[in-house]
Design a protein around this ligand. Sequence first.
Ligand code: PLP
Length: 370
Amino acid sequence: MNIINYFKPSIGNKEARAAYNVVKSGNLSSGKITRKFENLFLKKLRTKSKKSIAVSNCTSALYTVLNSLNIKEGDEVICPSLSFVADASTIKMLKAKPVFCDIVSEDNLNQDISDLEKKITNKTKAIIIMYYAGYPCNLDYLSHLRKKYKIPIIEDACHALFSYEKKSYLGTIFDYGVFSFYANKNMTTGEGGMIICNKKKFDFLKSFREHSIVDRNYNKLNYKVNELGFNFRLDEIRSSIGIQQLDNILINNQIRKKIALYYLKNLKKYLPFIKIPFENMIGKKYSYHLFPILLPRKTSRQKFVRYLKKNGIFVSMHYPPIHKFNFYLSKAPLNKTNDVSKRLISLPIYPKLKKKEINKIIEVIKNFFE
Ligand SMILES: Cc1ncc(COP(=O)(O)O)c(C=O)c1O
C-alpha cells in the first residue's frame, strides 16, 4: 500500500549541493552565508523599514524578542491557546504569565481580537498573534489596539511564510515578526528561525543572539559584554539551505493554494457536513501551511484517524490547546477553542502531494462516513 505522509519537505539536490559546498569550505558557523540569507529573506519580504536576524529556531526568536521587551515576573503577555506551546513557554521562561485568548469561531481559528482586547490590563506588556495556517487575523482592529494601548505586537508568522495581505507580507506588519524553518514549515533549514524587527531594536536583538557581545576588536583581541546573552546563532550550513529554499517559496505556496482549492471544491461537493475553517479566504495569496477541517461533533476523531491510517493516510492536528496542558492549566472560558480542538484534523498539504493522492484522501474520508 502506498503511504501518504502528513508532510514532505520540498528539498532536494540544490540544497544538498549548497550544504556540501559549505562543508567543503570549512566555514561552518554563522558568517557570510548567514548574512546573505538574512538579506535575501528581508528582500523577498519587500520591507524597507525592517531588519532581519537569523536565529537557531523560532522558540529562540520568541524568547529573544520577549526578553528585549524586558518581560518579567508579574507581567502578562496575551497569546493564543490554539497554537504551538512555544508561544506560552517563552513567556513562562521569563516568569511572566501567558493570558490565553479564544478563537473567533469555527470558521476562523485565529485569535478573536475583541476577546484579546477584553484581556488587556495594566500588566499586559506584549501581545503574541499567531496566523493560524497562514491566514491573517483582523489586522485593522489589531492596529487600532496597538495605537490605543501602545502595547508591542509580536507576529508569530511560523505558518504564514510569505502570506500576503494589505500590500504586506505577514510578519512585517507590527513591531516584531518571528518565523520558523522547522522541517514541516513552508520552507525549511531543518531547524532555524528569523526575527524581523525595526531598525531601532536591531543591534540589541542581534547581540543577544550572540552572548550580547559588542565592540569586538580584532586588533586588541577583545570585546565587551554589558548584558546577559545567549547563543541562538544559525550556522552556515543551514543558511545555505535556506537561500535555496527561498528561491521556490512563492511557487510552492501557489501549488499549496491549488491543493487547498481542490480540497475545498471536492470536500464541499462530497462531504458538505465537514466544516472547512477559513473557507471564504481560500484562493488569496496566503501560505496554505495547513488544511484544517472540523469533523462533525458526533464523529469519533480517534476512529477517523485510525481508519485513515489503516488506509495509508497520515494526518495531524493543530493543536492540543495550551491552556489544557498540566503546566499551563487555566480556567479561562475558552469555549470555542475547547470545542474545535476536539474536532480538528489537519489534512496533508505540501507541493509534492499528487492529485491522485488527494483524490485517495477524499475517497477514503467518503468511505469512512458511508
Ligand atoms: C506556531 C508556531 N510557533 C512557534 C513554533 C516554534 O518554532 P521552532 O520549532 O522553530 O522553535 C512553531 C514550530 O513548530 C509553530 O508552529
